[in-house]
Structure formats: structure tokens, C-alpha cells
Design a protein around this ligand. Structure first.
Ligand code: HEC
Ligand code: HEC
Ligand code: HEC
Length: 447
């Protein structure tokens, strides 16, 4: 028996026990409570709340705008409200939508709802999820917003055609409850299915379909996707320096659970995944995810050499030699937190030396975080908040390009250089982070 399943059962049984003791409810109601508790965990793994909640709005009541290449769409109200939510949906209506994208009214949803991934849910998890959506979520009366997509692109019938071409025929995974301990099989189920990691980490084709939905579909799977709101999602396949190749299973688990590890920290779109979903994932399940990711090897066949630290820049900066372009800006603006040796302060300020973000040919991700700043909110297992202020208003395009080139090419990093034009392009789409913390002003001159 899996530990996390046991854990959920124990939690559910305790909850159910409380009901029975306090209200004298029936055994059937106690069973419901167990199922709802299991479904709450499934919903966390599936990260439903992240997309189905508008900023500051009630949970699951929808209304979050999502950009697509043809216009903005809005997530829907999935609370059990009978008029505006899914209160009138039967289990079969719900399971059909989750597996095939077809609504109760017969129309097809946009693939922004990752149903091609959820299609893999086991029957047991689907039933638990339904029980939670019906019995564990507060009903909210809130009408759905129509999309901003202009006619004729707003017609929904092409979505049905899309579904036939790109969505796999739904084959629910076998029940997971008799897997014991962390396993690659459980990891595959979580990554390909509930976790829908590929919706960001796999490149999309011309019709916005993910190029691969599992490793069996080929090496495009999790080979990097995006950008999502301007943040490129890196490849999750092991390919040496430019990838997770240098990370062990424990490093991946720490990153997913606490948003940080010795190699770096989450930012941008990945922050939300950690905040809403992964920090609640059991240790066994995180380990399963990491074990599965480690089975994915080079997509190109020619993997790059593993990262090795190079002390040249650290030595130069210690001797106050700032002749390398960008070095002066780095010392003035960045070294207080990321240190002259690029090693940061583990668990607080991420290392830039060897950081996978800085091994990519494209400087986009680095430009974006320097422009916008980043903030990882406090998590259950990592209560300190990490904040880096935005530099868009502090540095000009050339200074940003120089400092990004410096960090992409120092301490052994193998990333590509940035030009002032790259910086100008990223500036157009980056929104400086609003931070409430005056303690972290980027104007700090500490060295
Ligand atoms: C990546 C964002 C995203 C995630 C994650 C997500 N959804 Fe959705 N979902 C959407 C969007 C967007 C729509 C509406 C699509 C449309 O209008 O065509 C939608 C539609 C739906 C609908 C149809 C509702 C209706 O009124 O037609 C249901 C039910 C639903 N989602 C349930 C879930 C559940 C349960 C989860 C978690 C397991 C989940 N969704 C996770 C984006 C998401
Ligand atoms: C006040 C401390 C501080 C200063 C100063 C600072 N950073 Fe950061 N930096 C952080 C924190 C905290 C994060 C993690 C943010 C997150 O997780 O969203 C970060 C993240 C990053 C990242 C992404 C790496 C990762 O794994 O998250 C890069 C690249 C980066 N900083 C570069 C720079 C550059 C270049 C400068 C100077 C122009 C700079 N930083 C100045 C604290 C700082
Ligand atoms: C909403 C989009 C999105 C989803 C969904 C998503 N990620 Fe990410 N992920 C990102 C972005 C953007 C980054 C780059 C920023 C960073 O390193 O935090 C990233 C970075 C990562 C990294 C660090 C990789 C590196 O080389 O630095 C790991 C590991 C990771 N994601 C794992 C996962 C797993 C596992 C899942 C599914 C459970 C997942 N991600 C789902 C957007 C996403």
C-alpha cells in the first residue's frame, strides 16, 4: 500500500471519525468524507485552483483571463453552484469533460484546459475528484465571462475537430492504490496526467497542440516549451549542463517542494505551480515525479558536457578587476545577494553559477527576471519569502544586456549572450513585479 494513499486514508478516516463522533453521522457519510479528502488531494495535484480562480476572487469560481494566440479566454466557474457552476453535472458529465473536453451542453472547451493530460486519470481518482468538487467546494454564484476571441475564430466547432486530431483517445490509467513506495510508474502518472507538466514544458505545434504527451510520443516530450506570460519553461530532460542532468533526485524533490535547492529557485509561472500544487504533494509522490524525470534522457542525442565551476571571474572580482562587460553592474547591483563567486546563499538567494536558467542559448529567461524581478512567496516547508526587485527602471537596455551576458557566461555557465535589442524586446512584455517589501530595494550598493 502506498504511503501517501495511506496518509490520505488516515487523514480521511480521522476526519470521518470526527464527524461520526460529533454528529453521529452514518457510515455512508463517513465514507463520503474519506472520498472527499482524497479528492481534495487529487485537486491539489491537478492544480485546478490556479487556473479556475481569478485574482483575489473566490476559489474555483473562474474568471481568470488566459492569453491564447487568437485572443483572451476566461476560465469557468467549477463550484457546485447549480446555475453558474457545475452543480447540475452528473459524474458522467464531469468525467466526459475531464477526459475528452466535451461539456455538458456538447460543445468542446479550449485546450487551455489541459484535458488531454487529465484524460489519464484513473477511475478511482476521477470519482474522488468529483466527490470533492461537489461536496468539498463552496458554491459561488458567478456567471462565466465570454471570451474576447473575435468571430469566426470564436466558433467552438473547430475545437471538436482539434479534439479529434490531437487529443488522445481516453485510456484511464489503472488504479494506483496498490503501488508501494515511490516509483517511476507513479511519477509518469503524475507528470503526464494530473500534473500536466507538459502543458508548459513541452513545445506546442502550429495548432497549439503539445508535440508529445508522453515519452512514448518521442523526444519532444518535456524538451522545453513556452513562453508562458513571457517566461520560457526549460526542458526537463537530462542533457548535461543545460538541463536537469546535473540534479539528483533529492535536488529535484527539494526544488518542487520548497521552490529552491542548491542550484536555483523557482520563478515566474513555476512559482504558481509550487505555491498552489507541489508544496502540498506528499514526499513519496514528489520522489516519484523526480524518479520519472530522471528517466528522460537527451532529446538530441548529443548531450552537452556536465557543468563545471570555473573560478576565473570570481578571482577577477576579488581583485577588483571589473574589465569584463557587465562586471561593474554585477558588483554594484547583484553581488550583495548572489555573491561575487556566483554561489549565492543556499536556500535564500539562488546560486547563479551552474543555474540551469543560465545555461540556455536564449537569454530570455534571465532578461525577464532581471527586468521584472521575482518573488517566491512563503511556503509551508520554506517560510521565508524570497524577493528580488525589478531592474527595468533602474538599468537601461545596454546595462541589462551586459549584466545578463556576464551571468550567462561567467563561473563556467554556458548560456548565450544578450544584446541591447534582446533587452528592448523583453522590456515590452515584462511587467515589473509589485513588491511590498522595501527591504529589498535593487538600488542597494552593498558589495
Ligand atoms: C491550465 C489551466 C487550467 C487548469 C490547470 C484546469 N483548468 Fe479547467 N478549464 C480551464 C479553462 C480555460 C476552461 C474553459 C475553457 C473554455 O471556455 O473553452 C476550463 C474548463 C473546465 C470545465 C468546464 C466547465 C464549463 O462550465 O464548461 C471543468 C469542469 C473544469 N475545467 C474542471 C477542472 C478541474 C477539475 C481541474 C483540476 C483537475 C481543472 N479544470 C484544471 C483551465 C484550466
Ligand atoms: C536583494 C537580493 C537580490 C539582488 C540584489 C539580486 N537578486 Fe537575483 N534573485 C534574488 C532572489 C531572491 C531570487 C529568486 C526569485 C524567485 O524565486 O522568484 C533571484 C533570482 C535571480 C535569477 C533567477 C535564478 C533562479 O534560480 O531563481 C537570476 C538570473 C538573477 N536573480 C539575476 C540577478 C541579477 C543579474 C541581479 C543584478 C542586476 C540580481 N539578480 C540582483 C535576489 C536578488
Ligand atoms: C504554468 C506553467 C508550468 C507548469 C504547469 C509546470 N512548470 Fe515547471 N517551470 C515553468 C517555468 C516557466 C520554469 C522556469 C522558471 C524556473 O526555473 O522556476 C519551470 C522550471 C521547472 C524546473 C526547473 C528546471 C530547470 O532547469 O531550472 C523543474 C524541475 C520543473 N519546472 C518541474 C515541473 C514539474 C515536475 C511540473 C509538473 C508537476 C511542472 N514543472 C509544471 C513552468 C511550468
Amino acid at each position: 500500500m502506498r504511503r501517501h494513499v495511506n496518509g490520505m486514508k488516515t487523514f480521511g478516516a480521522a476526519l470521518a471519525g470526527m464527524f461520526v463522533a460529533s454528529a453521529g453521522v452514518s457510515a455512508a457519510q463517513a465514507d463520503d468524507a474519506v472520498l472527499i479528502a482524497k479528492g481534495a488531494y487529487v485537486a491539489k495535484l491537478g492544480d485546478c485552483v490556479a487556473c479556475h480562480t481569478s485574482k483575489g476572487g473566490p476559489e474555483f469560481a473562474g474568471g481568470l483571463p488566459m492569453a491564447t494566440p487568437i485572443g483572451k479566454i476566461y476560465s469557468t466557474n467549477i463550484t457546485p453552484d447549480a446555475d453558474t457552476g457545475i452543480g447540475s453535472w452528473s459524474y458522467d458529465d464531469f468525467a466526459r469533460l475531464m477526459r475528452t473536453g466535451v461539456r455538458k451542453d456538447g460543445t468542446t472547451v479550449y485546450p487551455a484546459m489541459p484535458y488531454p493530460s487529465y484524460a489519464r486519470l484513473s477511475d478511482g481518482d476521477m470519482h474522488a475528484l468529483y466527490a470533492f468538487m461537489k461536496g468539498g467546494v463552496q458554491a459561488v454564484h458567478k456567471s462565466n465571462k465570454a471570451s474576447d476571441i473575435p468571430w469566426p475564430l470564436s466558433m467552438r466547432w473547430p475545437l471538436g475537430v482539434w479534439r479529434h486530431m490531437f487529443a488522445p483517445s481516453a485510456t484511464p490509467a489503472a488504479d494506483q492504490s496498490d503501488l508501494s513506495g515511490p516509483s517511476v510508474a507513479r511519477g509518469a502518472y503524475l507528470v503526464e496526467g494530473l500534473g500536466h507538466c507538459g502543458s508548459c514544458h513541452t513545445a506546442r505545434g502550429l495548432a497549439m497542440q503539445e508535440k508529445a504527451l508522453s515519452p512514448e510520443d518521442g523526444s519532444a516530450y518535456l524538451a522545453g516549451g513556452g513562453p508562458i506570460d513571457g517566461w520560457p519553461a526549460p526542458r526537463l530532460r537530462s542533457e548535461g549542463a543545460d538541463s536537469l542532468g546535473a540534479w539528483g533526485v533529492d535536488d529535484i524533490v527539494a526544488f518542487l517542494k520548497t521552490g529552491r535547492n542548491v542550484h536555483g529557485s523557482t520563478f515566474g509561472a513555476m512559482n504558481d505551480v509550487v505555491v498552489h500544487s507541489l508544496q502540498y504533494t506528499s514526499d513519496d509522490d514528489l520522489r516519484s515525479i523526480a524518479m520519472f524525470l530522471k528517466t528522460l534522457t537527451a532529446s538530441s542525442g548529443n548531450s552537452t558536457a556536465a557543468y563545471r565551476y570555473d573560478a576565473t571571474e570570481a578571482d577577477a572580482l576579488h581583485k577588483a578587476d571589473v574589465s569584463k562587460p557587465g562586471a561593474q553592474v554585477y558588483v554594484d547591483r547583484c553581488a550583495a545577494c548572489h555573491r561575487t563567486d556566483g554561489k549565492g546563499y543556499p536556500g535564500v538567494f539562488p546560486a547563479l553559477a551552474g543555474n540551469p536558467v543560465l545555461q540556455t542559448a536564449s537569454p530570455r529567461a534571465a532578461l525577464h527576471i532581471v527586468m521584472s524581478g521575482g518573488q517566491l512567496p512563503a511556503l509551508k516547508k520554506a517560510p521565508s519569502r524570497l524577493v528580488m526587485g525589478p531592474y527595468a527602471d533602474v538599468l537601461d537596455d545596454q546595462e541589462i544586456a551586459d549584466v545578463v551576458t556576464f551571468i550567462q557566461t561567467s563561473w563556467g555557465n554556458k548560456g548565450g549572450p544578450a544584446t541591447a535589442k534582446d533587452a528592448r524586446d523583453v522590456r515590452k512584455t515584462s511587467e515589473p513585479l509589485e513588491t511590498d517589501s522595501a527591504a529589498f530595494t535593487p538600488k542597494s550598493q552593498d558589495k
